[in-house]
Write a protein that binds this ligand. Structure first.
Ligand code: CO
Length: 478
């Protein structure tokens, strides 16, 4: 039996462990060798890379995609697309979604992995249909989480909705490392039987279970597994490519991977890891069983720690960790993945540090309760709606139905400013009106590599910055 290896080192790997900061100049030199390994698909783009690329590295994300494409000839290349949120944190109008997907397909991206944080398939329709029209492989994604409403039947229902949109395969996306070996087996078995599409399993190592879960998933018939090269594996990242290949081959599965070339690639990423060591938070390199209780995905966990360390309020971590599931339940058992992971995380931090629950309510929490992100997996209780929205009423349509087309407007704005209004520039600006524009004007610069992170000496008042809004919170020094 064949098992295809999907290597995520160049997207999820450094997003999980190195704050998404890998520079294009450190990605390109290894691609031609990596391309000889026999990897089925490289995930190289999307997720947070588009944002981090221009915002922190002063790099054009489109340029990165084009340069990668030039060098990868044997393997497929894929991206992670957040449905109607694309590579940003809010819903964009359909015309922007269509243009973005078309442009990306035009630059040669093969596989679109498309998900919605709430598993609200209405939010996937436009991007899936557009990518299909462009002739790309579309991987419809189910975000895996644990809650009283997330049953096997529920997942089959979501997968069937995706199948109706004619996706080519299904990704079972376990952002938080919650997928246990037992459930992985049951879920993959059932999905294969009920839906029949090829299945790719994506499981973060956060709780330390991912290698076992991938193996059980393969035994249940999974067609593809997601891994990262060992130097950027484990912790909040993924099982190591090398180890999974070895184990599977020994068990008689064919991965098509050449171990010798793989070791060459490993050498390279060892150097990358050393170079980027300043971005590596030691805590996120160790499996944490807390995730099984608190269900907090890797990225979110390191964010919470960073936020609290910055405030010198790390002693509040246990409280925040207890607050997260409470907030999550109140907000309709949303899966903790971007952007809902940030919403729940920030609200939980605010609930603890401001000394009163929902005393400070960011706009993002309001929007979630209002239905602006889509349907929550479980309905939100009337009392929370009241607390958060006051007299306002939630919407019941697809959120993007409320948005006016934007592409032409953004294009004219750029022209007026005398900036080249190419499709890629307009999209960068439409997605990130502030930093995108700064980038296009040449006002940004590459951030320096940090020395080892030092979170000491911060106390007093702190600010939560969340999508353009800044929330000021007073903290007692420890
Ligand atoms: Co991931």
């Amino acid at each position: 039996m064949n098992v295809k290896i999907v290597d995520l080192t160049l997207r999820d790997g450094h997003q999980s462990l190195l704050a998404t900061r890998m520079r294009t100049r450190d990605i390109l030199p290894i691609l031609e060798t990596f391309d000889q390994v026999g990897i089925h698909c490289f995930e190289v783009w999307g997720g947070a890379t588009f944002d981090a690329c221009h915002r922190f590295l002063n790099e054009n994300p489109w340029e990165r995609l084009r340069e990668i494409r030039k060098r990868v000839k044997n393997s497929l290349i894929s991206m992670l697309l957040r449905g109607q949120n694309l590579v940003g944190y809010k819903h964009y109008p359909d015309d922007i979604v269509e243009k973005f997907v078309q442009k990306t397909a035009e630059y040669g991206l093969d596989v679109f992995r498309i998900f919605d944080a709430l598993n609200d398939v209405r939010n996937l329709v436009t991007s899936i249909k557009t990518a299909k029209k462009c002739g790309a492989h579309v991987q419809g994604t189910i975000c895996y989480t644990i809650s009283p409403v997330h049953t096997v039947e529920k997942y089959v229902e979501i997968a069937n909705e995706l199948a109706e949109l004619e996706v080519d395969s299904i990704c079972l996306k376990d952002m938080a490392g919650l997928l246990s070996p037992k459930v992985a087996y049951e879920l993959v078995k059932t999905l294969k039987k009920e839906v029949g599409l090829p299945i790719d399993v994506h499981s973060h190592y956060t709780s330390g279970m991912a290698s076992m879960s991938l193996l059980k998933a393969v035994e249940a018939g999974a067609d593809m597994i997601d891994t990262c090269m060992s130097p950027l594996s484990m912790g909040t990242s993924h099982p190591p490519t090398e180890s999974m290949v070895y184990a599977l081959e020994e068990l008689g599965y064919k991965t098509g991977v050449d171990m010798d070339v793989l070791l060459e690639v490993r050498e390279y990423f060892m150097k990358v890891r050393e170079k980027y060591a300043g971005y590596l938070n030691p805590i996120s390199t160790i499996p944490d069983a807390n995730v099984l209780v608190y269900q907090i995905p890797g990225g979110m966990f390191s964010n919470l720690i960073a936020q609290l360390k910055e405030q010198n309020a790390l002693d509040k971590l246990p409280e925040v960790l207890k607050e997260v599931p409470k907030v999550r339940e109140e907000l309709g058992y949303v899966p903790l993945v971007t952007p809902t992971s940030q919403i729940v995380g920030v609200q939980a931090v605010l609930n603890v540090l401001t000394g009163g629950r929902y005393k400070v309510i960011p706009k993002e929490t309001k929007d979630l309760v209002k239905g602006m992100y889509g349907r929550t997996p479980a309905p939100i209780k009337e009392e929370i709606i009241k607390k958060v929205l006051g007299d306002e009423k939630p919407i019941d349509c697809r959120p993007a139905d409320l948005l006016e087309p934007e592409f032409e407007k953004r294009k004219k704005e750029l022209e007026k400013m005398g900036i080249e209004a190419s499709d890629e520039n307009v999209l960068l600006y439409a997605l990130f009106p502030q930093t995108g524009l700064q980038f296009l004007k040449g006002e940004l610069s590459e951030e320096p590599f940090p020395a080892a992170i030092n979170f000491e000496d911060v106390e007093g008042e702190f600010e939560v910055e969340f999508e353009g809004s800044v929330y000021s919170v007073k903290v007692k020094p420890v």
